[in-house]
Design a protein around this ligand. Structure first.
Ligand code: IMP
Length: 484
């Protein structure tokens, strides 16, 4: 832990920038290295989700497409309708949940991978929203037949479990954990089941099973209201209604459901086709590395790509594995108590300035100081090569940026709430800059020295080179470290 304090001296006393004031010496996207597939980027949340990944993927699509003249493949490897990516285009906001952000770029092929849990009705509603905003549909939409369904039955189960205080607390209500639990119980319903000729039998059996389970927990599946994409809550309905609703959705989704492996293999073999892997949630929500119960049930780390692509893509082959973090603070939702939780008035100021309210649930998010023992742990266990630093504009010249560089007594980070309640963060104060003055900043030369020093410090601390910074929510409010 003392390493972060020594680094502080190195950067701030010696004013060493570790070359963050210039573009990367070698372009990580085109560099030819053994075992590395050029033109491939994976974006993972580096903290607790909501770091702005969707927007970053949207920008990367534009950037890569400009470079290669090809739309490329955008691959989502985990989670489902629990994610909420807000992207602003031409002043209009769109919240994406199950579709990756690349869907907003003409000419891309969008793949919903095997590692996801998908709600068919909501995904169709989202496609309609995208069409209304952009006027087009994705060139190619590929839904892995092995992806699991997260249906209204799962949403109803989540509500029921919440009543029993046995799960579902803080969850997004999208039935994520019951859908993944079905896999471990060895009775998942997959896209393949929905596409099968006898789908009504398979899904009817699933409905009966959930009726029995929810009955046993004093609930009522048929009457249970569950949330739709619009936020409106609608009862699951009788088996007939449930199947009837699915019949219409199935008819619309069928053309897109299939074995995506052959398509992926072909595209992956052509190094000129850009690949962007978009993760949902963040490493701090991983069930192994996050703090129970505020963890999700999928694999939000780069490791999840291997399994989702059925062994085709090994994370180490991806040229850039970038973790996205908010540059000057961290946000969190749920019941998690972060050791570095920030108090008002600064927390409220940041919450309002950065609109820190959930895209899926609209919940106000907790705001915390950057916690290097925690972020360093997440960066190490997920093997990050680069950093995307969002919200560089959330900085106030008169308020130094407080960063936790150690826990008292040299304690290390462990993902266990009872333990984290006992640690005492030790802070350092770093000079800040005028975030508002970054409006319109698009090159490294536009960054003040304080921001450069700060970026040098954080990127060295996390052992990853900066790749992109964002200076506002709109497209192009972006500073690339990628060479032209
Ligand atoms: P679930 O993913 O809906 O099961 O929720 C489990 C936990 O993960 C809860 O604490 C949620 O608040 C959190 N979570 C799920 N998705 C996101 C996300 O996209 N951003 C932030 N937190 C999330």
């Amino acid at each position: 832990m003392t390493g972060y304090l020594e680094l502080y001296d190195d950067v701030y006393q010696q004013r060493r920038l570790f070359a963050v004031d210039r573009p990367l010496a070698a372009d990580p996207l085109t560099v030819v290295a053994a075992g590395v597939r050029p033109n491939s980027i994976a974006i993972q949340g580096g903290a607790f989700g909501d770091e702005g990944k969707g927007r970053v993927v949207d920008e990367l699509c534009v950037l890569l497409c400009r470079r290669t003249g090809s739309g490329g493949v955008i691959y989502r490897w985990n989670g489902g309708a629990n994610a909420g990516h807000t992207v602003v285009i031409n002043g209009q906001k769109i919240a994406l949940h199950q579709l990756p952000a690349g869907v907003l770029m003409p000419g891309t092929s969008v793949v919903l991978g095997k590692g996801m849990v998908i709600h068919p009705g909501d995904v169709l509603a989202e496609l309609r929203d995208v069409h209304n905003l952009t006027g087009y549909m994705p060139d190619g939409l590929y839904v892995d037949e092995m992806a699991v369904l997260a249906l209204d039955t799962h949403r109803a189960m989540e509500v029921t479990l919440k009543r029993w205080e046995s799960g579902g607390h803080g969850a997004t209500g999208r039935g994520i954990s019951p859908a993944y639990a079905d896999v471990l119980y060895r009775h998942p319903i997959r896209m393949r089941d929905l596409a099968a000729d006898d789908w009504q039998d398979r899904l009817g059996h699933h409905y009966d099973l959930y009726t029995a389970q929810i009955d046993g927990l004093d609930g009522n599946l048929e009457a249970q209201p569950v949330p739709r994409l619009s936020g409106e809550a609608v009862p699951v309905g009788s088996k007939f209604v449930f199947l009837d609703r699915l019949a219409a959705q199935r008819a619309m989704l069928l053309p897109y459901i299939g074995n995506v492996y052959d398509f992926l293999r072909e595209q992956w073999a052509d190094p000129d086709v850009p690949f962007i892997f978009e993760g949902a949630q963040g490493a701090g929500l991983d069930p192994r590395f996050g703090v129970y119960p505020d963890v999700t049930s999928s694999d939000p780390t780069f490791g999840g790509i291997l399994h989702s692509t059925e062994g085709l893509v090994k994370p180490g082959q991806i040229a850039v594995r970038a973790a996205t973090i908010k540059a000057t603070y961290t946000s969190s939702v749920g019941t998690r108590r972060l050791p570095t939780r920030m108090d008002d008035p600064l927390a409220s100021r940041i919450r309002e300035d950065a609109h820190e309210y959930g895209a899926t649930t609209k919940r106000p998010r907790d705001i915390a100081y950057i916690d290097l023992p925690c972020l360093g742990f997440l960066s190490r266990v997920t093997d990050v090569t680069h950093l995307v630093l969002t919200h560089l504009d959330i900085a106030y010249p008169e308020v130094p940026i407080q960063v936790c560089a150690s826990y008292a007594g040299g304690a290390s980070y462990r993902p266990d709430q009872a333990y984290l309640d006992t640690v005492t963060p030790e802070y350092i104060e770093l000079p800040s800059w005028d975030g508002e003055a970054l409006e319109g900043a698009t090159t490294l030369a536009d960054l003040p020295e304080e921001a450069m020093l700060y970026i040098a410090y954080i990127s060295q601390a996390l052992g990853a080179a900066p790749l992109l910074g964002t200076t506002g929510p709109q497209r192009d409010a972006l500073i690339p470290w990628l060479p032209e």
